[in-house]
Design a protein around this ligand. Structure first.
Ligand code: ATP
Length: 457
């Protein structure tokens, strides 16, 4: 749900154009005119997306004892979707315009008429959002399978497998990233709502009665994750679902909303799904999905707290949040203030000239440093232009090699946000870059280092 229009925020057109121009995101199948609301991530976009998923996995799996990962298949037994309620209820109300035939989500409409042409609308009817396909060579009802509309169900049906193989005790959680598909009625706002997208979901299993505590915990944890990755607090807020909005299985749900160019809208949902899903799958499969609590000697079905985030929506939010235009002399400097963990390129190596003696030193530095980070080597056009190109894609640091480097074996490091520069011995480059990418102040100098330039450069 998108609420309140907020003029003055970054223009979506600028984000779309930057993504297109610099190779973050392209329309899918563009040479054939594109495919509605499907997107391809280009060389920089794929890095951004990987970095988002990596940062998430690091925070929710690798740094925790109570979390483990999973990668379930996209195609699942059709009974999964009957048990989860998706076959019956995963639908949106659809209304058609009788004049221009455009289709609308009835719950998004403000008035009774078509927002496009003012025509009369049909009565809303329920439209299931799941994509259907067929398994095997015969296309009949018996072979119908669905592309998963959420990754969560893959976790629920593996609950016992994970429990038995890891011997985890409650509370513990399972995390998964992966593609999900929804035949959305209304799409748009770039990658905000697409028909194929990627989710990052956690199902955190807890003892009933402790669910409220864990719900509050995960809400705070997830909100802070965005802040730690540099998102501005004023662009984030929590919104509790009204009783009417609440899914039938949920006891409580909050959206973490971001101030997108079109207004506040959901970035991630945190729901208390109770024991609904495990109970449904236990009933439907006939398998026992209970947990045995060795402390209380009780058998019970755990409650589940679900923080469910979108990779694509996060990418869009991080891009919008990071986008800035600054006046620099007579020009406008466009830059992405991306957190180093998210920046597609961490360091760019820029030799001042293409002359062989300089290029060979620069290339040597480049090939050594690329073992550590995603790098770019750029020797085309003026140094000013090259800095601008890196600013625009959010590269936190540039290393410049000049003729003096050949004599003093030093190189310049230039910081994206402040444009400050330091000069450090080449042998100190790797550790210095490492420290700066981890957040150390640029002016903390390594042995033999010096402040080179403050401000505009
Ligand atoms: P909305 O109300 O915007 O349709 P939702 O409440 O149906 O979203 P959930 O089912 O809670 O979404 O999915 C969890 C997360 O998955 C969302 O917070 C969002 O980040 C992402 N997501 C859901 N649908 C889409 C989509 N069509 N395109 C991109 N991301 C999506």
């Amino acid at each position: 749900m998108v609420t309140e229009h907020t003029p003055g925020k970054v223009d979506m057109e600028k984000i779309v154009s930057l993504c297109r121009r610099r190779g973050f995101i392209f329309p899918s199948s563009e040479i054939y005119g594109g495919l509605s609301s499907c997107w391809d991530y280009g060389p920089l976009g794929v890095e951004l997306k990987r970095n988002i998923k990596e940062a998430w996995w690091q925070a929710v799996v690798r740094e925790r004892d109570d979390m483990i990962g999973l990668d379930a298949s996209i195609l699942m037994h059709p009974q999964v979707w009957a048990a989860s309620g998706h076959l019956e209820g995963f639908s949106d109300p659809l209304a058609d315009c009788k004049s221009c035939h455009q289709r609308w989500r009835a719950d998004d409409l403000k008035g009774d008429n078509c927002p496009n042409c003012g025509g009369e609308l049909t009565e809303p009817r329920q439209f299931n959002l799941m994509f259907k396909t067929f398994m095997g060579p015969v296309e009949d009802d018996a072979s119908t399978v669905y592309l998963r509309p959420e990754t969560a169900q893959g976790i629920f049906v593996n609950f016992q497998n994970v429990l038995n193989t890891t011997r985890k005790r409650l509370p513990f959680g399972i995390a998964q990233t992966g593609k999900a598909f929804r035949n959305e009625i209304t799409t748009g706002n770039f990658i905000f709502r697409s028909r194929e997208f990627e989710q990052m979901e956690i199902e955190y299993f807890v003892k009933p009665g402790t669910d409220q505590k864990w719900f509050d915990y995960w809400l705070e944890e997830r909100f802070n994750w965005y802040l730690k990755l540099g998102m501005k607090k004023e662009n984030l807020k929590l919104r509790q679902h009204t009783h009417k909005e609440l899914a039938h299985y949920a006891k409580d749900c909050y959206d973490i909303d971001f101030l997108f160019p079109m207004g506040w809208a959901e970035l991630e949902g945190v729901a208390n799904r109770t024991d609904f899903d495990l109970k449904q799958h236990a009933n439907s499969s006939g398998k026992n999905l209970e947990y045995f609590d060795d402390e209380t000697k009780e058998h019970y079905i755990p409650y589940v707290i679900e923080p469910s985030a979108g990779v694509d929506r996060s990418a869009l939010a991080f891009l919008c949040d990071a986008y800035a235009e600054e006046r620099d002399k007579d020009e406008i400097r466009v830059l992405l203030h991306l957190h180093p963990a998210l920046a597609p390129i961490k360091v760019a190596v820029l030799p001042l000239s293409r002359k062989e003696n300089l290029a060979s030193v620069a290339k040597e530095i480049y090939s050594e440093l690329r073992q550590c980070w995603m790098m770019q080597y750029d020797d085309a056009q003026s140094i000013g232009r090259r800095y601008r190109r890196q600013d625009e894609i959010g590269t936190p640091l540039c290393v410049t090699i000049d003729f003096q480097s050949l004599e003093d074996e030093q190189a310049t490091i230039r910081e994206r946000d402040s444009m400050n520069q330091i000069r450090v011995p080449i042998k100190e480059l790797k550790t210095t870059l490492q420290a700066k990418l981890a957040g150390e102040d640029l002016f903390v100098l390594p042995p033999g280092g010096q402040i080179w330039k403050e401000g505009k450069a």
